[in-house]
Ligand binder design. Sequence first.
Ligand code: NDP
Length: 465
Amino acid sequence: MIEVENLIGGEYSTAAESFDDICPSDGSIIASIPRTMMVDDAVKAAENAQPGWGALSLEQRADWLDKIADALESQHRQLAELEALDTGKPLEVAMEVDISRSIENFRFFAEFSRNMPEEVFEMEDATNTVLRKPVGVVGLISPWNLPLYLLTWKVAPALLMGNTIIAKPSEITPLTAHRLGQILCEIGFPAGVVNIVHGYGPEIGQSLVEHPAVKAISFTGGTATGRLVARTAAPMFKKLSLELGGKNSSIILDDADLGLAVPGVVRAGFLNSGQICLCGSRILVHSSIYDEFLESFLAAVSELKIGPVISENHMAKVLSFIDLAVAEGGDIVAGGLRSEDDGFHIEATVITGLSHDSRTATEEIFGPVVTIHRFDSDAEAVEMANCTDYGLAGSVWSKNRGEELAKQIESGMVWVNTWLHRDLRVPFGGIKDSGVGREGGMWSLGFFSEAINICVKHNDLQARV
Ligand code: NDP
């Protein structure tokens, strides 16, 4: 049994009350989590540490990111085991996706900063130099689906730009964030620069968003929670980055290479039990290849081994969507049931026969459930893909027309003949109800800094030269 503690100013502490962390694989209690209510102590610690951390050079901070990456790398397997325990995901997925990417997040931003061009704009009679100052104390709120991966995607750029941090991981998956805090202490990372607080979202998360000394909130989570965060933070003029839900289409055109498309679309539908904001849970297939695609897709799905969904509540939500699909007239052509008595397992589920604008096909389920729909023309595929309130991601599978069609999809990212193929320099984020702002490369560094322009008028001597 692990005791999760808050990390505040380099010291560990608990709270008056605690609650249980449940393992999704078998329903057992694996840790106790402090029910922290107020964020004031963490804010004080972060405020105290900010001037010292902000005074380091970019290069010094980049060196720290590399040291953190080294330390995480030295514990790659242990961290993956912890993530697999907390989320129920297969160990290989935790190793290859979650922890590899968490390490890469630190390495990437360290290296990116070393190659950052200076931002200088010459005028005939003056020179503009853009400085990037830290925002100050920033709040980082992350979800349970990719716990360390998404937290470190925020921690690394926030640190690089000289901010101090209060991180609030999901109450459902606190273990790798807790371990990250321990690792920082072990490598002598300056106290108070990273503070990690645990508890319920509406309590400690809300308190973090409300605190006037927290100058920016980077939030990844559901659209409904994002709306609440925005309502609280916007009137205080905090910087706000919102990475929210998705309901993404995988579009298979009539000229698709099915040998590539079928495994790609299966992976997009079911990786991490469908619990990735980028998962393609609405599959749109051209009528002329529909039967062939469906047969191969179902054969591939029948071979899948997937982990549980994250919690009992979430399992109930996903199963209720399967009931809704039946009520809406859908045919469950694969899966549809809870698959084991222990833990929170649901079979990989495929639904056909629904309208593309049904609730099942347009609301985010965030589980191992996909719907399949037919279309007759590229224009119809675009119209069907764009009919949801979300606009996060999508994929198009076609030998010749993928890029052209991708440009017409209303979403922040579209992959052509691939999925989840990530270059960390590119903008990542959604439009419509999928969020506000972008992360990645310079977009992250822009969010975690205040760009200040210094305009120096040339003196007469310089002007004459
Ligand atoms: P939630 O919105 O429930 O929670 C996200 C985070 O917000 C958690 O840390 C949660 O804490 C916290 N929180 C809850 N209430 C508040 C509040 N009032 N104020 C501040 N913080 C609060 O999302 P889930 O954890 O369920 O994650 C799944 C969702 O995240 C899906 O919709 C998915 O699409 C989205 N997501 C988006 C991504 C993107 O990049 N666009 C990437 C990954 C996921 P607690 O857990 O303790 O309640």
